[in-house]
Design a protein around this ligand. Structure first.
Ligand code: C5P
Length: 405
């Protein structure tokens, strides 16, 4: 089962009509229905006759908790017109899978079944997740239909390349349910950072003592990755310089691995040209061994001394540049949060710093933070890191100078 937790905040209060047409990828639509529901969406499924041959209406009914619609002649809808009523008050119609046949019918404005009629009569965005054999996808007729629908403002999610049910390999695979959920959340997120470049750090650093040992900090990377996800969803170009973590790279984010503080500094400096924002979430080790031994140290049983030298402060260095982007710091403190966090913000000359008490979340899924800026302190309620990240991004977007660069 895929992990949808990063997107947990995404679709609350959204009403979505999920159209399912007749392709083998319809089995993934069942999982998609469940995933959308978990993310808070109210899902209403419209099945084509061919779709119903692959997955029954009963399955979608059980997974969505809503009745499933298959026929324009269905009299269960109060006014007897499901093709109109079902599409009203809806935030989006998503068709997954969208077959070559359905795409062709939509491109020509046909209304020969309930789903096609719903799409024609809609007053909301239409998003299609194509799924078909690669030759059907590459056929000029399909490409013509896709281009026509794009010109009409229809949004395509995928397809991706890969192994196909027919045994061939190529473009035409439907996006996985997790990727479709992520694309939908991104679609609904206001593009407050459109046209902005964000450079970030996240995770711990690892300062090697010898080839197998090192000094590191406790940091899961979850908060930083949630901030990177929120920035990407808000339309930013995101470069994430990351220490060693076990978190997948968020969609639309360029991730650069940098284990040590020195490496992280170099990667940040080379990613910096053109950046509007720098966000330092990484728990950078303050010290590193004065030298890294090339071979594995042998234990002797005697006490051992390790000489440590200070690491550069990446954030302070970036913030001190004459061409500094808008800099956001993070500070995790064990006590006296206000005094230490505001002290760090001033010392590093940052317009914005996000502080939290260690007891309130380091490696967990929730966090309680306070944002500090020139206007004072702004406490946020305890929430999953994805929610917190979105609020941090909204706060930063408000403070960001309007002229880019
Ligand atoms: O370690 P400290 O509490 O000073 O960290 C505050 C902020 O400075 C964090 O945003 C952290 O990512 C950044 N920092 C850094 N390089 C360091 C130490 C901290 O960029 N060497």
């Amino acid at each position: 089962m895929e992990d949808y937790t990063v997107s947990i905040d995404g679709l609350h209060g959204r009403k979505i009509v999920l159209g399912v047409s007749g392709g083998i990828a319809a089995y993934k639509a069942a999982e998609l229905t469940r995933a959308l529901g978990r993310m808070g969406a109210d899902v209403h499924v419209a099945l084509t006759e061919a779709g119903e041959r692959f997955v029954s209406a009963l399955t979608f009914h059980a997974l969505s908790g809503n009745r499933v619609w298959t026929s324009p002649w269905d009299e269960r809808m109060e006014n007897g017109m499901p093709h109109i009523a079902l599409g009203r008050g809806v935030d989006a119609i998503v068709v997954a899978p969208a077959t070559a046949d359905l795409i062709a019918r939509l491109a020509n404005g046909l209304a020969d079944d309930l789903l096609a009629t719903l799409c024609l009569a809609r007053d909301c965005p239409l998003l299609l997740a194509p799924a078909m054999n690669r030759q059907m996808w590459e056929n000029p007729a399909t490409q013509r239909n896709v281009a026509r629908l794009r010109a009409d403002g229809v949004i395509f999610l995928g397809p991706e390349e890969g192994e196909q049910a027919c045994g061939e390999t190529g473009p035409g695979r439907m996006l996985e349910p997790g990727a479709l959920c992520e694309a939908l959340v991104a679609f609904f997120t206001p593009k407050r950072l459109a046209g902005r470049k964000v450079v970030m750090t996240a995770g711990p650093t690892f300062e090697a003592i010898d080839p197998v040992r090192g000094i590191t900090n406790a940091s899961s990377g979850k908060m930083g990755y949630a901030v990177a996800t929120a920035c990407a969803r808000a339309g930013a170009e995101v470069v994430l310089v990351s220490g060693p973590v076990a978190v997948p790279t968020p969609a639309g984010v360029r991730r650069i691995e940098a284990a040590s503080a020195l490496r992280m500094r170099d990667e940040v400096l080379s990613a910096l040209p053109g950046a509007d924002v720098f966000i330092a979430v990484a728990a950078v080790a303050d010290y590193r061994p004065a030298e890294t031994v090339g071979h594995k140290l042998k234990k002797s049983g005697a006490a051992m001394r390790l000489e440590l030298v200070p690491n550069p402060d990446i954030l302070a260095e970036v913030a001190a540049r004459p061409d500094a982007p808008f800099c956001v710091g993070f500070a995790a403190e064990s006590h006296d949060l206000d005094a230490y966090a505001e002290g760090k913000r001033r010392a590093k000359r940052l317009p914005m710093l996000v502080g939290n008490l260690l007891a309130d979340g380091l490696c967990g899924d929730d966090n309680t933070v306070v944002i500090y800026d020139d206007e004072g302190r702004h406490p946020l309620p305890r929430a999953p890191k994805a929610f917190v990240a979105r609020q941090i991004v909204e706060h930063l977007a408000r403070l960001l100078p309007t002229a880019a660069g």
